[in-house]
Design a binder for this molecule. Structure first.
Ligand SMILES: CC(C)(COP(=O)(O)OP(=O)(O)OC[C@H]1O[C@@H](n2cnc3c(N)ncnc32)[C@H](O)[C@@H]1OP(=O)(O)O)[C@@H](O)C(=O)NCCC(=O)NCCS
Ligand SMILES: CC(=O)OP(=O)(O)O
Length: 331
């Protein structure tokens, strides 16, 4: 069984309720039909009849709960909750109503915050900033964590590197230019995500254009400092840096460029130095390496809310929903 089949089996074993707020995109409905058929999750889809239009035509989504936010009995409860949560930021009842009725990512996050759903997947037709801002504002970081970051679970076909082609890549979606403390936090969260989703031991590489001092630059210093901080935060973790990508994942190159490292050549968690590298890196592996790329998924958030690339397929949505359901089980 591949990674995603294992995740789907786990999702089925203890079904969670996942919100899909993008009723205005046909991929949501195609994915919903598959999710219901495979019995992976209970689904709540948010939308007025006008939003839904013809997008669900010809599909059997009778098992989903469809909520019209204009008429749903709990809409006022969500408005009140939003005002309560954001009043120190100037939120008013009028603004709250306008926001949640026009931007269903807020509506979905408030459902989760209110205990009416377990997780949410969105982003097929909204940018990452517009998808993640609501969850950062409403759901917030989980206790003991200061930073939310975004990772991809990558499944590279016919690959014996990493964990037989399975990797976590981070941060590929959220933090644009993390400082050393933030990079260290991303590394530790990514190791936890890898362990939780694959059950295997993470081996974390802090990526750079330098391996163990081979290049000098402030960008390299940032990764060296982040590596030191991450080791202090999680001394038990197999983590090393700074490493170039080949030194991180190819055993012979790792042995030659970083001979004393236990991680070099064997990394399955790749921490990119900034969002340019992370976002470009995952798309290269996805598009040229034909890898499955599930994400960007949030880590460090109090409840599972996950993004999608606007270039995603319905099948990608199915995979991210299954992963989200498993994250919900591990809350
Ligand atoms: C997500 C993003 C929009 C947040 O930035 P923003 O809109 O300027 O929002 P703010 O900085 O005002 O933050 C909004 C709230 O989220 C919180 N927040 C922002 N980033 C956070 C993080 N990484 N972890 C935890 N909380 C965070 C802030 O503390 C703030 O909380 P508050 O309003 O309760 O005080 C921004 O980080 C971003 O655009 N990232 C890049 C996304 C992207 O384009 N990715 C590429 C494609 S995947
Ligand atoms: C993750 C990502 O790059 O998202 P999008 O393609 O929607 O910008």
């Amino acid at each position: 069984m591949g990674f995603i089949d294992v995740i789907k089996a786990k999702a089925k074993a203890d079904k969670k309720t996942i919100v899909l707020p993008e009723s205005m995109d046909r991929r949501t409905w195609v994915a919903a039909e598959k999710i219901l058929k495979e019995d992976l999750a209970n689904l709540v889809i948010i939308g007025t009849p006008e939003d839904i239009g013809a997008h669900s035509e010809g599909l059997d989504v009778s098992g989903a709960t469809i909520i019209n936010p204009q008429t749903y009995e709990k809409t006022q409860e969500y408005i009140d909750l939003f005002v309560e949560l954001r009043k120190s930021k100037g939120m008013t009842p009028e603004k709250a109503k306008e926001t949640i009725l026009s931007d269903y990512a807020y509506y979905g996050c408030l459902m989760i915050k209110n205990g009416d759903a377990d997780g949410m997947v969105s982003g097929a037709c909204h940018s990452t900033a517009n998808t993640l801002r609501p969850c950062l504002q409403v759901i917030k970081t989980k206790p003991g964590t200061k930073l939310v970051s975004a990772f991809f679970l990558m499944e590279v076909p016919d690959c014996d590197l990493g964990s037989n082609g399975t990797f976590v890549f981070a941060d590929c979606g959220l933090n644009q230019n993390p400082n050393p403390e933030e990079l260290a936090a991303i590394a530790v969260s990514s190791a936890e995500s890898f362990k939780m989703l694959t059950g295997e031991e993470p081996k974390v590489a802090m990526l750079s254009h330098s391996s163990k001092g081979s290049a000098k630059h402030a960008d390299v210093d940032k990764v060296v400092e982040a590596t030191k901080l991450a080791k202090e935060m999680a001394p038990e973790l197999a983590l090393d840096g700074e490493l170039q990508l080949d030194a991180a994942i190819v055993p012979e190159v790792g042995a030659s460029k970083a001979p004393d490292s236990k991680v070099a050549g064997h990394a399955n968690v790749l921490v990119f130095p900034d969002l340019d590298a992370g976002n470009i890196g995952y798309k290269l592996v996805q598009r040229l390496g034909k890898a499955e790329a599930y994400g960007p998924m949030c880590q460090g958030i109090a409840k599972p809310v996950n993004d999608l690339s606007r270039g995603c397929s319905a099948e990608d949505i199915v995979g991210v929903v299954a992963i989200t359901a498993v994250q919900c089980q591990n809350q």
